[in-house]
Design a protein around this ligand. Sequence first.
Ligand SMILES: NC(=O)c1ccc[n+]([C@@H]2O[C@H](COP(=O)([O-])OP(=O)(O)OC[C@H]3O[C@@H](n4cnc5c(N)ncnc54)[C@H](OP(=O)(O)O)[C@@H]3O)[C@@H](O)[C@H]2O)c1
Length: 222
Amino acid sequence: MHRPYTIIVSEITIDGKLTLKRGVSSKEIMKFMDEEATRYLHQLRAKVDGIMVGAETVRTDNPYLTVRYAEGKNPTRIIPSSKADIPLDANILKPNAPTIIITTEKAPKEKVKALEEKVEVLICGEENVDLIKMMDLLYQKGIKNLMVEGGATLNWNLIKLGLVDEIRLIHMPFIVGGKDTPTLVDGEGFSSLEELIKAKLRAHFLRGSHLITEWVINFEEE
Ligand SMILES: NC(=O)c1ccc[n+]([C@@H]2O[C@H](COP(=O)([O-])OP(=O)(O)OC[C@H]3O[C@@H](n4cnc5c(N)ncnc54)[C@H](OP(=O)(O)O)[C@@H]3O)[C@@H](O)[C@H]2O)c1
């Protein structure tokens, strides 16, 4: 199986949160992000073939996922959603960049048809989106490197399956708290030390007032 080289990129608070509260757009805390850090994010977008977020991020944040604060082309937007539950007026359906919705056999046919009038829709799995098969499909479609901008559930499902190569974090100088607030990686979590995913710090630097850390996941043990 082939798959894109995959980088999770996230704005994250001191306490590991992605947003203010469950159901609240992360655009709220991103209002406090420096221009330089925003440029770092958009420069990364301009370098990749594809950019992915989970469907819940589309429903909550309604992002554009385009390159606006750097030079370069828009990557293909890729959204997994088991029931094709994407609002028809979502910004990711606007024609300023290509978009692929990845859904399953159980998605309502009328919804798939309505989305197909705007963007490409691929069926990949019966009940849940088969992320391994999806990665293979994306690679075959020319997505050789992929940036994942959350959220917490998609991050967990990709990491659990060993589909992530790097994590790049833009640290936000806030403490949000809240046990139900999405963190970088949610899901059921690992329950034994053997399962933990090891990461190696590759770089750390400042962009404006923000610390950036870059972590390699799939590295060769010395
Ligand atoms: N700080 C940041 O950088 C940042 C970035 C992104 C998001 N966020 C925040 O994160 C929150 C959303 O995170 P979230 O964890 O609730 O949702 P999420 O990870 O964005 O989306 C999860 C959804 O993705 C879809 N999906 C389809 N197949 C999947 C699969 N195999 N594995 C995983 N997901 C699959 C499902 O939607 P269906 O129900 O349609 O099947 C699932 O409910 C929002 O509050 C947002 O503001 C923050």
